[in-house]
Design a protein around this ligand. Structure first.
Ligand SMILES: O=C(O)CCC(=O)C(=O)O
Length: 303
């Protein structure tokens, strides 16, 4: 038999379904007209703004929760009072591991529009890449422009390996540190780097959301106002790269039952198609259940 014959049963990419996602999205249903319009804008410019995605009362609750956590030495974390380098921002406060610190923020990472857009731009089983609050204080200078997967060693342009949202908890104005973006830069090659003149500030009212591809150049703006600019950011990544923020260790295991299942799956507790992140051939969530039981038995034996 000639060894040039096609393989019976197809190739591994065919069998596991990844072949169907190489050049087109993996959607099983057609998104509604509004989401299709957003997809069109994002494909074209690398971002879209979703105005008033969260109500004033939800925004107020989140702001109060960020303030409470920032004042709590147990919760504030290493960059909660101020950043430790120019990228974090010496006049910027960041609370990392938000999902470990409060249940108030869960809904921000699970907004229906964002999930619908992620279903288009990412593969099924996409993960949370990081989930943090960013408070840019008066006097902060502009953050270095970057794109969020600058650490991925792939020649640009290529399809994004992630997406992100900036959720304004304060109005984003032209001078209070609003995120700045470089429209259309998601299509640039690896050699092109933007200048500050190519940026525009994202001006939007509190409760609104900027959705952008991880290939889009952007950064935190300079805050020349006398008010701080608070935002939440949730970032998502393909299920086949290593997330920046390790949610499996960032979120205490005994809290997992209180967290919406969809979010827990996005922490990496669901085996990704076809077999990403498995533990002894099974689910990481079940493995954590076994470990918690084991440690409880050990702790009780020591009493
Ligand atoms: O705070 C902002 O507006 C953007 C922050 C950002 O892009 C980052 O820290 O990666």
């Amino acid at each position: 038999m000639s060894n040039k014959q096609p393989l019976a049963g197809g190739t591994v990419p065919n069998e596991v379904g990844s072949a169907t996602r190489l050049s087109r999205p993996s959607l099983s249903t057609t998104p509604d007209a509004r989401i299709q319009q957003l997809i069109h804008e994002i494909n074209r410019h690398g971002y879209a703004i979703i105005p008033n995605a969260f109500s004033p009362s939800i925004v107020a609750e989140a702001k109060a929760e960020v303030a409470r956590l920032t004042a709590d030495p147990e919760m504030v974390g290493p960059a909660g009072e101020k950043g430790r380098n120019t990228f974090e921002g010496y006049k910027t406060q960041r609370l990392y591991a938000l999902a470990n610190k409060s249940r108030v923020f869960d809904g921000f990472a699970l907004h229906g529009d964002v999930l619908a857009l992620n279903d288009y731009f990412l593969d099924p089983g996409y993960l949370i890449n990081s989930f943090q609050s960013i408070n840019i204080l008066p006097g902060e200078s502009a953050q270095t422009l970057h794109y969020d997967h600058g650490y991925v060693t792939m020649e640009r342009p290529h399809k994004p390996v992630g997406t992100g949202v900036m959720i304004a908890l304060d109005d984003y104005t032209a001078n209070n540190g609003a995120t700045v973006i470089v429209p259309d830069s998601h299509l640039w090659d690896s050699r092109r780097v933007p200048s500050a003149e190519e940026t525009i500030p994202v001006i939007m009212p509190a409760g609104s959301m900027l959705f952008f591809l991880s290939t889009l150049w952007h950064g935190g703006g300079a805050n020349t106002s006398d008010e701080s600019r608070l935002a939440l950011t949730a970032q998502y990544c393909q299920p086949w790269i290593r997330p920046m923020e390790n949610q499996i260790l960032a979120v205490d295991w005994e809290k997992l039952d209180e967290i919406p299942e969809r979010l827990v799956d996005m922490f990496g507790y669901k085996v990704g198609n076809p077999f990403l992140g498995f533990v002894d051939g099974g689910s990481p969530r079940a493995a954590v259940g076994r470990l918690l039981k084991k440690y409880k038995v050990i702790a009780e034996a020591k009493l």
